[in-house]
Design a binder for this molecule. Structure first.
Ligand code: PLP
Length: 432
């Protein structure tokens, strides 16, 4: 498989180069040159295969022969080593729990697959040592840190805004050690992001260190998210048409779902469930794309005003709005609606949703009101414990701490503190 840049279809790249670079030199997102098709036989055999086998069928056409089969198998076994259960909540409403990975966030799958792929390309020998430099507002950092922990040839440096991530998230970033370093920035997430961008353009740094980013536009984080939809689909027992409701921020996850559909998974419709950051909801009504400054909400991993992956969705549908509109519906919800949903689902069904999952639930319910012939699944993208205060306040319930988290809370935080770009630069030039 070759990939082109969405800014210039004449620019082509193989999988390895696209994964190492992240973005094309013209800053465009990479997109596959063609959409492979899975056989109907594969789809009807999904129940009989194990997750890694399913993953291999789905991802192989995109990786081609750039990662040998045995190596790919190993990467997939590590990527998919936890459960992806679908649980019924109400008639025709089920939840797909994507929070059983090591950092309790769905981003674990993408981060682990990327770590495995990049680790393989480095160990193959022609890349040298690589530094993954990434800014996080919460979940990305933990998943990336955990995924890359102990991978030879890769140093990971994570910038996070001091005092603006939850305790659990901070511990997940700052207690791992080994090849993972956490930098606590006196500033906002945007400041962290700004410093990272500046470092990528700074020749003095890039002469000394080979930098790569691990953000959600990277192919190796985007593509493996298709697995969720295959692993969920095979658990469904229905003859109805199927809709998935995906709590969306940067639109990487839902874009992977739409790609899963395009390569042959029989899902009919997707609901993009948004919080007050409603750029795509407005676009789907007006056909007019107007990014806006992000606003802070209780589902903060979706506080994105200009979702980077949406251009990939447009490309998947050949930029035909009518066609897109048939398969994608977008909805937005306020924090107060989200809190109410957390409470009512807890009271009526004894199920505790996190704020992101609750937005997904609301999107699905509104979709089913207009489309009662469907059965639907909403995605729970994080464990409620990661948003402890919000969830306990909204539901009146006590969140039970999973063992993996209870352990981490007693570990000692280790971070390097700084407040200016000059200090970051010094850090990157000195530390090896
Ligand atoms: C990242 C994240 C999202 C949004 O996913 P996108 O792929 O960026 O749309 C939703 N929920 C949680 C908990 C997340 O961490």
């Amino acid at each position: 498989m070759k990939y082109y840049s969405l800014n210039n279809k004449e620019h082509h790249s193989n999988f390895e180069n696209a994964v190492v670079r992240g973005l094309a030199p013209d800053k465009g997102l990479y997109f596959p040159e063609y959409i492979p098709q899975l056989s109907t036989e594969f789809i009807s055999n999904l129940k009989k295969m194990d997750p890694a086998e399913i993953g291999k069928h789905v991802i192989s056409p995109f990786v081609g022969n750039e990662i040998p089969e045995a190596e790919l198998q190993k990467i997939l076994e590590e990527t998919l080593s936890f459960d992806f259960p679908v649980k019924p909540i109400e008639p025709d409403v089920s939840v797909l729990e994507l929070f059983h990975g090591p950092t309790l966030a769905f981003k674990d799958v993408g981060a682990r697959f990327m770590a495995g792929s990049l680790g393989y390309f480095i160990q193959k020998g022609n890349l040298g040592k690589v530094t993954v430099l990434v800014a996080t507002s919460g979940d990305t950092g933990g998943a990336v840190a955990n995924g890359f922990l102990g991978v030879d040839g890769i140093d990971v440096i994570i910038l996070y805004p001091e005092g603006k991530v939850s305790d659990i998230q901070e511990k997940q970033l700052t207690t791992l050690g080994q090849n993972i370093q956490a930098i606590e920035v006196d500033g906002t997430f945007d400041d962290c992001q700004g410093m990272v961008k500046k470092a990528f353009l700074d020749n003095e740094i890039t002469d000394r260190r080979q930098l790569t980013s691990a953000n959600s536009i990277n192919l190796a984080r985007w593509l493996p998210q298709m697995f969720y939809y295959f692993l969920a689909y095979r658990q469904l027992e229905t003859n109805n048409k199927i809709a998935f409701s995906v709590p969306s921020g940067n639109f990487g996850n839902i874009c992977a779902g739409l790609l899963a559909k395009k390569i042959g998974l029989p899902i009919d419709t997707f609901v993009a469930a948004n919080n007050a950051n409603d750029t795509i909801t407005r676009f789907m009504e007006s056909q007019n794309y107007q990014a806006k400054q992000s606003v802070q909400t209780i589902s903060n991993a979706m506080d994105v005003g200009d979702p980077s992956n949406f251009v990939r969705i447009l490309e998947l549908f050949g930029n035909h709005f009518k066609d897109l509109k048939q398969h994608l519906m977008a909805m937005s919800y306020t924090d107060s609606e989200t809190n109410k949903a957390i409470r009512s689902v807890y009271e009526e069904h004894n199920y505790l949703m996190d704020p992101h999952g609750a937005v997904g639930y609301l999107g699905l319910k509104d979709f089913l009101k207009i489309n009662p012939e469907y059965s639907g699944v909403f995605l729970e993208t994080a464990h409620p414990v990661k948003f402890l205060e919000t969830v306990e306040k909204a539901s009146g319930a006590k969140v039970v701490m999973p063992d993996s988290i209870a352990g981490i809370l007693n570990k000692k935080k280790k971070s390097f503190q700084l407040s200016t770009y000059a200090e970051l630069k010094e850090f990157l030039l000195e530390v090896d």
